[in-house]
Design a protein around this ligand. Structure first.
Ligand code: WT7
Length: 634
């Protein structure tokens, strides 16, 4: 979706940081820091020094085989050790690491020491299950402490984690598990959602029948839904039973900087979701540095990122980023508006959250309730706000700034992706802000706007977003699909620059204005979903011959799905079939695939080689010129 970022607010105001913000800021001069970042090797190695390396790197960056960059070459490190073990030797030992809160108002606080013990026990249990360095372990779990513990336990022993978002359903689940040849799966009896318990286990049960590589399924009894031991199949075991009697110490596996850390599946413009592969050393340095400098993390901060661990935001900024800094991280299970739309602000007040990071779609949703709920609670503890996932429209920005931040909290509009692992374009607290702009590239990052041929475009003109230099938390490959890795990201433009897949323009101050995806990837409530995946879900229904889907703009979700379907003889798109199709797509993909509209058509615009031209459908939808139709068959 292309957002009209040219219509700006009243007086195109620039928002300057307060004296208070400037006083605390870790970076006092933005230009100087960007200047420092120009020597990328020095910049990132300086930021890598704060960690405990079992063995220091010999070389910061190896770019001898582009785009297969290597960072912190021959460094040996363990991320769980740096995120947890390291703190128990300090005064943070008994400080709270995780505050888990759910929509029922229940909470659990876990100190660094407790987390350390829990991670060790589970890590030992995994070893006993036969999990070895390099094996893949998946989770299909709610946002609950055991999820974080499971991921850290994997990291501790060098197993590669592959998280499946709990809002995805059977079809999406099976693809991900089988592609990654998962050995152990963690799931839970259920998750709380708007007063109900969603039975995750039954979805997992159905899916797992098609997943032959899974040897063990660990079940967390999270909601207390009674499951009889006898109901567990031979390969299932309860989490509590699994860790019972396990030793409280586990030696951290010394990982090479370039050893795989995790795979996370994300949607591309074609085919099935791709497994984005991240490695250890660079990811650690990139996520911790951006958390620290963009959100200005001090020892007295209380961090809350509302993202789900099922997506990259949760990996980098709920789990690793904050814990690597020894910062308390809030883990919230539930919706932003249940039991009422004040639930988030109530949590901010109760715990004194200082840094709050969420998605534009949530802000647009909460904005509908005016100031009633934001005024009901004391939000004075907040210092810095953030957004991620899609373009922030200026109206929502202003609402957030005024009513949540009370005009004293700068908003960090952070642009990044599953592939980038860390923020790449973002302000820092002292930056002058323009609502709707992610401002400039982070120090050490070189971003630009280019045309089809890869030539830089003049200021103010739209083009493709590219990243011209490697960065430490960059993905290293697509799991088992190197060809696609090279084709999709590195071959479009000359000179091995990274193609992000977004359209963008740069203004007179060098500020970036992200305008939306340039490919067939949809952004529904900030969640990424490929048109092709939705289309295959449609054609798997017996009534559908062919389908094409595009994004239709939506005031709250940003985009929802508009589907064009060709039906089999004898079928008509009546209420019953529409309901059926909706149910079917939901069953295949999960609630993330929000259907806005289904229309029946006789034909779809195609190229002579038979490829659906979604561009034509989009242009038609927006009442735009159809552009170059010379390759159109009919
Ligand atoms: C796509 C990546 C990165 C964590 C969550 C999304 C869009 C992301 C912004 C922003 C405008 C944004 C882009 C990008 N996006 N942040 N601040 N302003 N658009 O990760 O699911 O991999 O999606 O999200 O279109 O390509 P993701």
């Amino acid at each position: 979706m292309v957002h009209d970022t040219t219509v700006l607010l009243d007086e195109r105001r620039v928002f300057e940081p307060s004296e208070e913000i400037k006083k605390r800021a870790l970076i006092k001069n933005w230009d100087e820091e960007i200047e420092k970042g120009k020597d990328i090797e020095k910049y990132w190695s300086d930021n890598a020094e704060q960690f405990e390396w079992f063995q220091k790197w010999d070389k910061v960056l190896d770019d001898s085989n582009k785009p297969f960059y290597k960072w912190f070459v021959n460094g040996k490190i363990n991320l769980a050790y740096n995120a947890v073990d390291r703190w128990i030797e300090t005064e943070k030992r008994n400080q709270v690491a995780i505050i888990y809160i759910n929509e029922r108002g229940e909470e659990k606080k876990i100190t660094f020491y407790e987390l350390y013990i829990q991670v060790n026990k589970l890590a030992n249990a995994l070893i006993n299950l036969g999990v070895k360095k390099g094996d893949t372990v998946s989770t299909y779990m709610p946002m609950c402490p055991e999820l974080l513990i499971a991921l850290l336990a994997c990291t501790k022993i060098g197993a590669v984690h592959s998280v499946i978002y709990s809002g995805l359903s059977v079809g999406a689940f099976v693809d991900r598990i089988n592609d990654a040849k998962v050995k152990v799966l963690f799931t839970a009896d259920g998750t709380y959602r708007r007063g109900k318990v969603i039975n995750l286990k039954s979805i997992a049960d159905e899916a797992i029948l098609q997943c032959p590589t899974v040897e063990t399924i660990v079940v967390v009894n999270h909601t207390g839904t009674p499951i009889e031991i006898s109901e567990l199949s031979g390969r299932e075991i309860f989490y509590d039973r699994l860790i019972e009697g396990e030793p409280a110490y586990c030696e951290p596996e010394p990982m090479d900087s370039e050893d795989p850390l995790f795979i996370l599946y994300t949607s591309g413009s074609t085919g099935k979701p791709k497994g984005v592969l991240h490695t250890t050393g660079g990811y650690m340095v990139g996520t911790a540095t951006t958390t620290r400098l963009i959100f200005d993390i001090h020892d007295d901060d209380l961090w809350w990122c509302t993202g789900d661990i099922g997506w990259i935001t949760g990996h980098s900024y709920v789990l690793y980023g904050p814990l690597l800094l020894g910062t308390t991280t809030v883990v919230y299970e539930g919706a932003p508006d249940y039991p009422d739309p004040g639930v988030w602000w109530k949590i901010v007040e109760k715990y004194g959250v200082t840094k709050f990071y969420t998605a534009p779609t949530a802000i647009r949703h909460l904005m509908r309730f005016g100031t009633r709920y934001t005024n009901l609670y004391n939000l004075d503890s907040l210092r810095i706000l953030g957004t991620v996932g899609e373009p922030m429209n200026p109206e929502a920005w202003m609402w957030y700034y005024k009513n949540v931040g009370k005009e004293k909290c700068p908003i960090m509009d952070t642009w990044w992706q599953t592939e980038t692992g860390m923020h790449l374009i973002s302000p820092i607290p002292i930056s002058p802000l323009k609502p709707g702009s992610a401002t400039r590239a982070f120090p050490g990052i070189e971003a630009d706007v280019v045309d089809e041929e890869g030539n830089p475009v003049p200021e103010g003109k739209g083009g493709y977003l590219v990243i011209k230099k490697p960065w430490p938390a960059m993905f290293r490959n697509l799991y088992k699909d190197e060809e696609r890795f090279l084709d999709v990201y590195w071959k479009t433009f000359p000179g091995c620059v990274y193609r992000a897949g977004d359209m963008v323009r740069k203004d007179e101050d060098g500020y970036f204005w992200i305008q939306g995806r340039s490919d067939d990837v949809l952004k529904i409530a900030g969640h990424r979903i490929g048109s092709a995946e939705v289309e295959s879900a449609f054609v798997a229904h017996p009534a559908v011959v062919e389908a094409a889907v595009i994004g239709r703009s939506d005031p709250i979700k940003g985009e929802v799905i508009k589907a064009f379907v060709i039906l089999k003889e004898g079928y008509e798109l009546k209420t019953q079939l529409i309901e059926d199709l909706k149910k079917h797509v939901r069953h295949e993909l999960g609630p993330v695939a929000v259907l806005g509209e289904i229309v029946q058509v006789d034909k779809l615009p195609k190229t002579r080689s038979g490829k659906i031209m979604r561009r034509i459908l989009r242009a038609h939808e927006m009442g735009e010129d159809l552009g170059d139709t010379s390759t159109l068959e009919e």
